[in-house]
Design a protein around this ligand. Structure first.
Ligand code: TNX
Length: 513
């Protein structure tokens, strides 16, 4: 054998050794958001027709969810049993929200201190499997996972998405789909923007015209809709089954044209305005000096709290351009008390920080740009001074309704122009405002406003893949690296395709084939 041939054979053997098997591309470095630490092991685990899951007590519901996610594509029974090779266990850990996952040829062990952290670990496990695992129909292939050990925990406790169901209405099934979409990325909060000038979307006891009239239209006219209490409970329960907390928002005192159009007694002149189908902001307000306003919001907040098992109630407070500062402060003082006195924590858009009479612990949601102008920073510090924290949603990087580029048919551009995937990824929540670092941050949220979005497919197209960038910012530690993220998005793209989740094939992502 010639020396050249020998070298060629050795090289070929070496290549064969590291070429992926029928398992397709190696999935161990494909997880989004990136885990804190991951080590490759020896060999691989194969999911087979007789694979069973061991999960009892608090772990059982998560085990059932895992089984349900594995059944359609594999066609396997995946029972929950007292013995089996996939074990889910509740075990104490000193990292809140974290989990440990070990995959070896003999089995898989996932442990976490509670069910919601275990659920995060299950999302990682899903992403270690071939992307076809997301298919809704059986796929004829092998289901192997390369051996690995992952120890992981989140950077922030609050990892949110927001859906505006006011500008265009999205029914219960659409919201459930979005809940499933965001669960994959370990987001654990869905903030629903339930009311705005163009529509009131939640039934309120004793105020039927809010939904009958105020919920009857949307941007551009045509349709609209609203949630009955039962609809809303169904959403809250479905979210809870994915360990996602619903944060309801009733935006006030501005953004209230739909309420004013429904009840003239809420206006200052007693004349109901027309329903509004445009996309301007900042022109409406509840009447600040009218006691009926406070009876109204008392009823609204009472229903809202009744429907909300989670700790937070969002009462808006943004773009109140139709009130004076004094009126705004009076309103915020009275409205926040109605929430806090009933044991819930208030969240408000950052303008609410103008008030120095907030209930202790009120959370501010920052929506200005990453390069803030004027005195916005001072408002942020006001929440911290009053015992609260901030949620970061800078509009130029975290608003999923911004166009990807000038040619995007959907979306807006007001927040510093279009937002590329690179831009959505390349910022840090602790670097935006002076005095606001990780300790002052409750978390990060990616809002999607729906002035231009009429279907859940539109919403998904604008959200994915940028929402993965926000999820990684909320979960993964620094340093983060865009090139590495972009490569992992390639696997995520295949996963989204298999799952039937619409996404934008952004030019700044290394999608591969
Ligand atoms: C600003 S951000 C708004 C919304 C719009 C959005 C469109 C904020 C608190 N208010 O009313 O829908 O821009 O991007």
């Amino acid at each position: 054998m010639s020396r050249t041939l020998a070298i060629a054979i050795v090289a070929l053997l070496a290549l064969a050794a590291c070429t992926p098997t029928q398992n397709g591309p190696l999935m161990t470095d494909a997880v989004v958001p990136a885990p804190v630490s991951q080590k490759a092991g020896e060999g691989s685990f194969e999911l087979r027709s007789d694979t069973a899951i061991v999960a009892s007590g608090e772990a059982e519901a998560v085990g059932r969810y895992l089984a349900e996610s594995l059944r359609p594509a594999t066609g396997f029974a995946v029972p929950i049993s007292t013995s089996g090779t996939i074990e889910l266990a509740i075990e104490p850990s000193n990292k809140p929200g974290g989990y440990s996952l070990t995959v070896s040829p003999d089995g898989i062990r996932l442990s976490a201190p509670d069910a919601s952290s275990l659920f995060s670990g299950v999302q990682t496990l899903r992403q270690l499997l071939p992307t076809e695992i997301e298919a809704h129909e059986p796929v004829d292939r092998s289901w192997t996972i390369d051996a690995t050990t992952i120890v992981d925990y989140p950077r922030f406790a609050y990892r949110g998405a927001m859906l505006d169901v006011a500008r265009h209405f999205f029914g219960v099934d659409d919201v459930k789909k979005y809940i499933d979409d965001i669960a994959l990325l370990k987001l654990n909060v869905l903030h629903l923007h339930l009311t705005d000038d163009q529509g009131w979307r939640l039934e309120i006891t004793g105020w039927p015209r809010l939904t009958e009239h105020g919920g009857s239209t949307q941007v551009g006219g045509g349709g609209g809709g609203y949630y009955t209490h039962d609809d809303y409970r169904e959403i809250v329960e479905y979210a809870a089954s994915r360990y996602i907390t619903i944060v309801p928002e009733i935006d006030m005192p501005g953004h209230t044209n739909a309420a004013l159009a429904s009840y003239p007694e809420l206006t200052c002149d007693g004349v109901a305005p027309e329903l509004y189908e445009g996309i301007e902001v900042g022109f409406s307000s509840l009447c600040i000096d009218n006691e009926r306003t406070y009876e109204f919001i008392d009823d609204v907040i009472r229903d809202l709290i009744e429907l909300t098992p989670g700790p937070w109630i969002h009462i808006g407070g943004d773009e109140s351009n139709a009130t004076t500062d004094e009126e705004f402060l009076t309103f915020i003082r009275r409205a926040t008390v109605l929430v806090a006195s009933r044991g819930k924590t208030v969240i408000g858009w950052h303008e609410m920080g103008k008030s120095d009479e907030l209930p202790r612990g009120t959370i501010g949601q920052y929506w200005n740009l990453t390069t803030p102008e004027g005195d916005t920073g001072a408002h942020a510090n006001s929440f911290v001074d009053q015992g609260g924290q901030l949620i970061m949603s800078p509009a130029d990087v975290a608003y999923l309704d911004m166009k990807y580029d000038a040619s995007s048919p959907l979306g807006l551009v007001w927040a510093g122009g279009p937002t590329t995937v690179t831009e959505a990824y390349s910022w840090d929540p602790g670097d935006i405002l002076p005095g606001i670092g990780d300790a002052e941050l409750l978390g990060v949220e990616a809002p999607i406003w729906t002035e231009t979005l009429t279907s859940i497919e539109d919403v998904e197209l604008m959200a994915f893949p940028r929402i993965a960038a926000i999820a990684e910012i909320a979960w993964s530690p620094q340093p983060r690296d865009y090139d590495n993220f972009s490569r992992r998005l390639a696997a995520l793209g295949q996963r989204l395709e298999a799952a039937g989740i619409n996404y934008f094939r952004a030019p700044d992502v290394a999608w591969g084939k």
